[in-house]
Design a protein around this ligand. Structure first.
Ligand code: FAD
Length: 325
């Protein structure tokens, strides 16, 4: 019988990453289409708390793999363990959210399993093992339908295309899977993690994102002030990151982060295809740009043709006033 195995991901503080719930929803849909049960994998130093959090989400089995080597994500330790688990249970589909970790891990798992892979999957069609995966190519300019011809298939799932799984269904059975012996002696060892501390929400987890582009000329004060008024994350176009005006981890787009918040405010961003690839799934898009012909207006729900340095303070003052009234 075929099995859909989704690898769960936790944040450095040990909490489940939100994207995992979206990957589970995708896994459920794939399981329904293929008639396969949904299994989850949790790798951690002590995975029991994470397994407990995942129990109500409708998986049949949660496989826990415990090892001190999993205290921090290291691809060289995780990949052999996920591949060994997938082989041992006979999983036909092995997937994870297309986060930085999922994108790093799944190709390595696919190579070990000699599995064909679909990256950034947006949707599934077909049934049984003859499933078609829909995925973006060329920064989202082309949407391709691909079939994977190997018996084991690997995939990363674009979290923003699937709603988060809701609790429901019987509690999953939790099974311990032994970590392969060579995991602890991996030649790549974790040394340190230098977290960038921010009081703002993480870009990919935030429900509001305020982003700035080259139109800011590097002055992000008003972008940050509006973000703080709204409890939002700060994003940026690549032009701004490449100029060194803001840190690289603010970058939204094809080569940055993919976000789909409830509200995305783009100020001084032209709307190049590579930027749109990272934010066009946002529920409501507000664009502020001096140029009425800027392509960002083609995807915006609300467009303001004006100078961002005039609009942002007014917007912030109006939001502040509406909060206190
Ligand atoms: C392989 C590849 C990958 C890429 N990946 C990414 C990616 O991940 N993310 C990304 O963002 N880009 C990416 N790019 C770059 C992308 O093509 C664009 O160059 C970039 O997005 C442009 O950034 P921008 O909109 O800030 O700047 P610009 O295109 O220069 O636009 C600035 C905008 O600000 C407006 N403006 C100027 N002053 C004001 C003002 N005072 N008030 C209001 N509006 C004002 C202008 O009218 C203009 O529309 C990639 C490119 C390549 C080739």
């Amino acid at each position: 019988m075929s099995i859909v195995l989704i690898v769960a991901e936790s944040q450095p503080d040990g909490h489940l990453r939100k994207a995992t719930l979206h990957a589970i929803a995708a896994g459920k849909e794939l399981a329904q289409k293929t008639g396969a049960p949904l299994h989850l994998a949790v790798l951690a130093e002590n995975p029991s708390a994470l397994a407990e959090q995942l129990k109500p989400y409708g998986a049949v089995v949660i496989h826990t793999v415990a090892s001190p080597a999993f205290a921090h994500y290291v691809a060289e330790s995780y990949a052999p363990a996920v591949a060994a688990l997938a082989s041992s249970i006979g999983a036909d589909f092995v997937g994870a959210a297309a986060t930085a970790q999922g994108r790093d891990l799944l190709p390595r798992v696919a190579a070990r399993l000699k599995a064909a892979m679909a990256s950034d999957v947006l949707a599934f069609s077909g049934s049984g093992t003859d499933v078609t995966f829909t995925r973006p190519m060329w920064a989202g300019s082309v949407i391709a339908d691909v079939k994977l011809k190997t018996s084991v298939k690997a995939l990363t799932i674009r979290a923003t295309e699937f709603s988060a799984a809701e609790p429901g269904g019987g509690p999953a059975e939790v099974k311990a899977f032994p970590a392969p012996a060579d995991v602890a002696s991996s030649p790549t060892q974790f040394v340190s993690f230098n977290e960038v501390k921010s009081a703002r929400p993480e870009l990919t987890e935030a429900s509001i994102v305020v982003s700035g582009g080259r139109g800011t000329k590097g002055d992000f004060k008003e972008i940050e002030a509006l973000a703080d008024e709204l409890g939002a994350a700060v994003g940026a176009s690549r032009a701004v990151c490449d100029a060194g005006w803001v840190p690289n981890d603010y970058q939204v787009g094809q080569t940055g982060k993919v976000v789909a918040p409830k509200l995305y405010i783009a100020a001084g961003i032209s709307g190049a295809i590579q930027h749109l690839a990272g934010m066009k799934g946002s529920k409501v898009i507000v664009a502020i740009n001096k140029d009425p012909e800027a392509p960002i207006f083609q995807v915006a729900d609300y467009g303001i043709v004006a100078d961002l340095f005039k609009v942002l303070p007014e917007l912030r003052a109006a939001i502040h006033a509406s909060k206190s009234s």
